[in-house]
Write a protein that binds this ligand. Sequence first.
Ligand code: GN1
Ligand code: MG
Length: 367
Amino acid sequence: MKEENQIKQVCEKFGIKGEYLYYKVVNSGHINTTYCVYFSRNGELKDYILQKVNTYVFKNPIEVMDNISSVTEFIRVKIKQKQATAKRNVLHYSKTEDGKYYMLTEDGAFWRCCRYIDDSVCFEHTDNLRVIEESGIAFGEFQVYLADYPVEKLSIAIPHFHNTVMRYDTFRQSIEKDVVGRVAKVQAVIDEYLALEEMATKLYKLQRQGILPLRVTHNDTKTSNVLFDARTLEHLSVIDLDTVMPGLVAFDFGDAIRVAASTCDEDENDLEKVAIDMEKYEAFTRGFVSRVGNFLKEDEKRTLALGAVAMTVECGMRFLTDYLDGDKYFKIHYYYQNLARAKCQLTLAKDMIKHLDEMQAIVDKYC
Ligand code: GN1
Ligand code: MG
């Protein structure tokens, strides 16, 4: 079926009223396929976000939608206790006529639909320190909203998602199998990742020993997963809730720093340009810690900066693993993009390691 006809059919299933105008493909995100669909209703333009969920990555998409609907409902109740409407501050997913938050098309694709938050924008990457601080506030607030969410109600969307120990094992298996014969050419990059194993796995091990607590975390805290008011640039809502699961606060902080405090895009080819920007780091930290600072345990505070190293190494190694596996997991737009991402993240992680004491001192300053 033509893509546009399929989109119209999905919108109808989700009960969207009005006259269909057009749709656009949203090209951010490495996993799901996202569309923005425009309708006219009573003379007003209405837009919706449709997503085709990647079921190679999310094996139990119904459970993912159960998590998302229950977490957004939980947050909505809290927001409504302090303001009249939560409309612009939490995502609102549509239900089909039979009361489900998803639908399947004949080709087996799994779809969901949510309202577009009016007058909102998001950034893949920004140099605006205020926006970066706002994104820190947004992810910090998200932690606070979910601090008393019943963890046992959450399904595990992707098992061992930030289990860095297991990520290293998988990496080694991919090197061993070398299915597309790429290992020899990138041996030097592989060796550098292997050398960082002890440092990158330290926090996961501390959690296993019961020293660091599990909280309800977002687990994919990149800058593009926050919406801002298009006019004031204040944060509105955190989005992309597929991986909300029990996790470490240092990993949410760290994965955000990996993107928000970097001098470049995730796949920058010119490694000379890749570094941690300490001003951006401080801006995000100030925002994040202003929300979570008073409920974190001392052990958690002490590990935030190291969380940035762990998440940068883990993410880079996942890109490299996918490159060795023949690019099956992350979407790529040019053939060696996963390798470019892996090299960029490695360079960034090494720069973070150089600045680690300074990074932790900034956390301490705001805690
Ligand atoms: C993926 O879907 P997206 O682009 O927000 C990935 C994250 C990575 C990120 C790297 C489910 O996120 O873990 O950090 O790419 N999501 C999943 O940009 O694997
Ligand atoms: Mg995501």
